[in-house]
Ligand binder design. Sequence first.
Ligand SMILES: Cc1ncc(COP(=O)(O)O)c(C=O)c1O
Length: 409
Amino acid sequence: MFDVEAVRRGFPALSRTVGDRPVAYLDGPGGTQVPATVIEAMTGPMRRGASNVHGRFAASIDSEQTVAAARQAMADLLGCRPDEVVFGPNMTTLTFAMSRAMGRTWTSGDNIVLTRLDHDANVSPWMLAARDAGVEVRFVGFDLETTQLDLAELSATVDDRTRLIAVTHASNALGTVVDVATVTEIGHRVGAVVFVDAVHAAPHRRIDVAGIGCDLLAVSPYKFFGPHAGCLFGRAELLAELPAYKVRPAPDEPPERWETGTASFEAMAGVAAAVDHLASLGAGGDRRSRLDDAFVRTARHEERLAARFLEGIASIDGVTCHGVPEPDMAVRTPTFAVEVAGVAPGRVAEVLGAEGIFVWAGDYYAVEVMRRLGKADDGLVRIGFVNYSTLGEVDRVVSALARIAGDAD
Ligand SMILES: Cc1ncc(COP(=O)(O)O)c(C=O)c1O
């Protein structure tokens, strides 16, 4: 049983109103709200006394403990070792660091493979590194009906000069879940490094880097109830071998050699609390087991939300949803890209926003997705539910869409 009302009580922002109406935060894919436990955890280090790490006094030792706890928490969330966890300001910055380093190992005649399902943060950094190294960029598309990545095309695209496959675990626009374990197998068959963007998947599914087998995987804690931060899993040997761009006095060992400058210890404290929040949604002996159970429970709840949403919009003339048509959380997240005939996406978001329903409109940086759907100009309206969303919120957005579509007639 998943008690959504009990979960919601932990989030101060969920009591916000617009006029006399409660806000429905349906922009989860753009960033989630934060529970009070995370807010408290973040202010803790500042209240006690802030310091950089590697000093010889108590406040510095506190910061080191904050870092260690955050690495352990992320290791529990991703299924890896704490020394395989790198922190940064956001996923995009971490991906640029990796692309610049990996690009230095590529030579003319090599190629890299990107997908049209990806957020641009997993496209542009690699394109720029490829340009600098003079290597070929190959794109793999997705099926317009199912919005699934074309794995046959991927197999046919890689060869023994493929150095990298960069792939999303789930599309932040369409919600499509990609079988990244199979993508990794395909990549490893030809000796390519596989980089997985799990930013959109992480709030919805249990991530297991060992099970996926990938070499690198990035997430953004602000998408799973944490603060603005980025986090990268890297296979230990790869983090040790790749040439990191760093200042000379900074540690040469992974993961710290990838963490340029002074970290946000406040954010790290918040990240650990966000993982604890997720774990608190499940039952079990240790944190990893509680996380296992939590994602089973939240997926069930999200599946109910998705089913109600798809059923609701199916009967509205003029509202189209792009993406996997089934509410099956094994193959999609509860994120929906919709359009209302005759009404610009920006206008739909504005009308909804005015009545307290917060959604995004545009391309949400899923540039290639929008191009492939022929929606590059205005994009689509994105409605994204997370585990604190309610059936009441689903009903509210469905009836608002029906009204907007009716008004457009
Ligand atoms: C799927 C996906 N990848 C990457 C990013 C970029 O993450 P960050 O904002 O942490 O750089 C986003 C942000 O929206 C995203 O949704």
